[in-house]
Design a protein around this ligand. Structure first.
Ligand code: HEC
Length: 191
């Protein structure tokens, strides 16, 4: 919150820089689409990393107290990090906000998580090649214009790597710590 409000205060100073960098300004002249997407992503990434490191990796891999499982109810296990992410995104979607988000990959365990739109496919390729560089592009879907931002989803913990490499449905078995395993897609409707 603090970071966000100080960002807003800095905006008049940052705006010329952002515009020089080709950033699109929001229609109301306030925060840019890119800054909105970056701020949302910062929170998502922090929550996702904390859950994986402090809960899943600690309890499953280090202390061997409880496992994480897709069938967490039947198995009395922890939900997977990707399930936690999706439950959050579904709860947000119920509130009909002005944005949506999802976790996709070029090498999905669940085929539903493959990129579908041309922009998603292009962005997933781009962040896999350069994980430090987010991908931003406008796209038109169903006659509506969106600002789509895609961020690398990295293997922030050994738990990410060992589970995906060992999963029978995984099309890739050579992920390494720190690498991009997929991408977070944030979509903002444009005015
Ligand atoms: C215990 C196993 C396990 C762990 C730990 C795990 N994942 Fe996954 N991950 C899965 C499974 C299973 C899915 C598919 C879930 C679904 O959508 O049904 C998935 C989904 C994903 C997806 C969406 C594409 C796909 O493969 O379907 C990405 C990206 C991803 N995980 C990255 C990560 C990262 C990064 C970490 C660590 C922060 C991580 N995963 C930790 C098992 C795991």
């Amino acid at each position: 919150m603090d970071k966000f409000s100080s960002l807003i205060k800095l905006l008049p100073a940052l705006l010329p820089l952002a515009m020089a960098a080709g950033t699109v300004r929001a229609a109301d002249g306030g925060i840019t689409y890119q800054e909105m997407a970056d701020g949302l992503h910062m929170v998502m990434e922090a929550d996702r990393t904390v859950y994986t490191r402090m809960v899943v990796n600690r309890l499953q891999n280090e202390e061997k107290v409880i496992k994480a499982s897709e069938h967490f109810k039947d198995d009395k296990a922890l939900p997977l990090p990707a399930q936690m992410f999706r439950f959050g995104s579904e709860m947000v979607a119920e509130k009909k906000p002005a944005f949506s988000y999802s976790l996709l990959s070029l090498w999905p365990i669940n085929k539903q998580n493959a990129g579908k739109t041309p922009v998603e496919k292009e962005g997933l390729q781009a962040v896999a090649a350069k994980p430090d560089q987010p991908f931003y592009k406008e796209e038109t879907l169903g006659g509506k214009k969106y600002y789509t931002a895609i961020y690398a989803d990295r293997a922030v913990s050994q738990a990410c790597v060992s589970c995906h490499n060992g999963h029978k449905e995984s099309p890739r078995t050579d992920f390494k710590l720190g690498e991009a395993m997929g991408g977070v897609v944030i979509r903002l409707p444009m005015k």
